[in-house]
Design a protein around this ligand. Structure first.
Ligand code: HEM
Length: 147
């Protein structure tokens, strides 16, 4: 039962995170005004909260749910997934700082600043499909190593 509840929450938070990421890409564009800056900056708080929830629920699944920590600790695709998620997290830092800067400045960002933030957001989107791919592989026992 715990396994089922955590699995449902995990999938929901993951889809929500991808939705927020894509929504940010829609809002962050040339000519965005101060209202759009405020909107994307509050979306970004949801992005952070969802990423935190995914980490909590994800590790709860890995430690307490059906297969146990030993299964995942010895799986290459598990670590590839964690590593990819960490890289996506790092890529999300520059846009987050930019949104805060723009909001504090209270003015519309320059085209160059918008283009730079979009590059980071697109890089996150590009890496994202690796996560479900690695997850599906690890769930099926591919990439097991050691005892
Ligand atoms: C946005 C990031 C993430 C995405 C897109 C994602 C995606 C997925 C998907 C699609 C599954 C289902 C796999 C299947 O049954 O075929 C899954 C399972 C799982 N994920 Fe994640 N995940 C993410 C982050 C995390 C994190 C940070 C952890 C932390 C440990 C984690 C731990 C797990 C565990 C333990 C399972 C269960 C696998 C099994 O059934 O053996 N996930 N994930």
């Amino acid at each position: 039962m715990l396994d089922l509840v955590l699995a449902i929450a995990h999938h929901f938070f993951v889809f929500a995170l991808f939705a927020v990421l894509f929504a940010e890409l829609v809002v962050v564009r040339r000519g965005m005004d101060a209202g759009a800056v405020a909107r994307v900056q509050s979306m970004d708080l949801w992005y952070g909260a969802l990423a935190g929830l995914i980490i909590i629920v994800g590790f709860a699944r890995a430690i307490f749910a059906a297969k146990g920590w030993d299964y995942y600790a010895h799986n290459l695709f598990f670590w590839a997934k964690i590593g990819t998620f960490a890289v996506i997290g790092l890529l999300s830092v520059p846009p987050t700082l930019a949104f805060l800067r723009w909001r504090r400045a209270g003015a519309a960002p320059t085209d160059e600043a918008v283009a730079a933030a979009r590059r980071y957001l697109w890089a996150e989107v590009a890496l994202f499909p690796l996560l479900p791919a690695f997850a599906a592989a690890m769930a099926r026992g591919y990439g097991a190593f050691g005892g």
